[in-house]
Design a protein around this ligand. Structure first.
Ligand SMILES: C[S@@+](CC[C@H](N)C(=O)[O-])C[C@H]1O[C@@H](n2cnc3c(N)ncnc32)[C@H](O)[C@@H]1O
Length: 311
C-alpha cells in the first residue's frame, strides 16, 4: 500500500469516527432533553395546565371508584395520582372526603347527599376556573354544630377561589370575624328576602358571580326573591345551587313574604315550570341552560356565551 493510500485510509477512519462521535452527542442531547422535559410534555397532552395549588389532604386516589353515586368510597393514598383530574373524574368522592376530614362536618354530606351535585358540577367548575367567584348564603349560625362548616370546606377545596359569604346574623358574623374564622372570606350581612339588602350585596361584591349557593333561610319567598335578584348577576356558564327544598310545602317555610312573592309560591313548582320551558319551548329564549335536581336540591346552569342565546 502506497503512502498516499495509507493516508486516505487514515482520513477515512478519522471521518467515520468523527461522524460516530457527532451522532452520539446528538443522541445524548435529545434523550436528555426528553427526560428533563418529559413531565411538562406529558402534562400538556393530559391537559393539566390549570392545577390548583393546594390539594385536599386525602384526595390522592386516581381510581374513579365513585360507583355508588354518593361518592361514599375510600380514596387510597397514591402519591403519583393527579388531584386535578380527581376534581373532574371523581368529584363526589373528593367533596365527601374533604368534608368528612373537617370538624364540624357540614350537614351537606351528613343530613343530605349534596356531594352529588357539588361533585358533579362545582368541582369540575373549579377545575376549569380556579379563580371562580362564589357566593354562599348561610354561614350556619343557627346550626347545632355552629357556624363556618361549609366555609372551611370551601377554603380547603377551592383555595384559589374568591369566596363570599352572606349571613343574616350580624353578631355571629362579627364574632367569627374577630376570631379569625372568616379570614380570606368576604362577608355581606342582612336578610336575603329584602330588596335593599340584596342590592347592597350586589353593590359591595360587584356581582359577576360564577357560583351562587343558597343555603340560607330556606323560606320559599327568600329563595325565589334571591334567585330573581342574583341570577342576573351570575356569569355565563355559571351555576346556581338551591339547597333544602324538601321543606318547601311545609307551612313554616311559606310564612316569609316579599313584594313579589307570597305564601302561595312554592319554589320546586317554579323549577318544574323551568323544566317545562326547557323541554317544550323550542324558541329557547331563556338564559337557563340546564337544571339538575337530586334529592332535596337543584342546580341551575346559565347559558354559555358561545350558545348565543339569552346572553
Ligand atoms: C342551614 S344554615 C347554613 C349552614 C352552612 N352553610 C353549613 O353548611 O354548615 C342557614 C344559615 O342561613 C342564615 N339565614 C337564615 N335566614 C336568613 C336570611 N333571611 N338571610 C340570610 N341568611 C339567613 C342562618 O342564620 C344560618 O346561618
Amino acid at each position: 500500500m502506497s503512502r498516499r493510500d495509507r493516508s486516505d485510509a487514515y482520513s477515512f477512519r478519522l471521518l467515520v469516527l468523527t461522524n460516530l462521535l457527532t451522532a452520539s452527542i446528538i443522541f445524548f442531547l435529545i434523550t436528555n432533553f426528553f427526560l428533563v422535559h418529559e413531565n411538562a410534555i406529558l402534562s400538556k397532552f393530559r391537559g393539566d395546565e390549570t392545577v390548583p395549588l393546594t390539594k385536599p389532604s386525602s384526595d390522592d386516589d386516581n381510581d374513579n371508584n365513585n360507583d355508588n353515586g354518593n361518592g361514599d368510597e375510600h380514596l387510597d393514598n397514591d402519591p403519583s395520582s393527579n388531584h386535578t383530574l380527581e376534581y373532574l373524574n371523581n368529584g363526589l368522592a373528593v367533596y365527601l372526603e374533604a368534608a368528612r376530614s373537617l370538624q364540624p362536618i357540614t350537614d351537606k354530606v351528613t343530613d343530605h347527599t349534596y356531594q352529588i351535585m357539588y361533585g358533579k358540577f362545582l368541582l369540575p367548575y373549579y377545575h376549569q376556573k380556579p379563580s371562580m367567584k362564589m357566593l354562599e348564603i348561610g354561614l350556619g349560625c343557627d346550626m347545632r354544630y355552629g357556624p363556618g362548616a361549609s366555609v372551611n370546606l370551601y377554603k380547603k377545596l377551592f383555595p384559589e377561589a374568591e369566596l363570599w359569604e352572606a349571613e343574616y346574623n350580624r353578631r355571629c358574623v362579627e364574632r367569627n370575624t374577630k376570631a379569625g374564622k372568616l379570614d380570606g372570606v368576604h362577608v355581606v350581612v342582612g336578610d336575603q328576602g329584602n330588596v335593599t339588602v340584596l342590592d347592597s350585596w350586589i353593590e359591595k361584591s360587584g356581582g359577576n358571580f360564577d357560583v351562587v349557593i343558597d343555603d340560607g333561610g330556606h323560606q320559599n319567598c327568600q329563595i325565589w326573591h334571591s334567585f330573581q335578584k342574583l341570577w342576573p348577576t351570575v356569569n355565563p356558564g355559571g351555576l346556581y345551587f338551591i339547597e333544602d327544598m324538601q321543606v318547601a310545602k311545609n307551612a313554616v317555610y311559606r310564612k316569609a313574604t316579599t313584594e313579589t312573592c307570597d305564601g302561595n309560591l312554592i319554589v320546586p313548582e317554579k323549577l318544574k315550570e323551568i323544566v317545562d320551558d326547557l323541554l317544550y319551548d323550542t324558541s329557547r329564549k331563556s338564559d337557563i341552560e340546564f337544571i339538575f335536581c337530586q334529592s332535596e336540591a337543584c342546580v341551575l346552569g346559565k347559558k354559555h356565551l358561545s350558545s348565543g342565546v339569552g346572553n
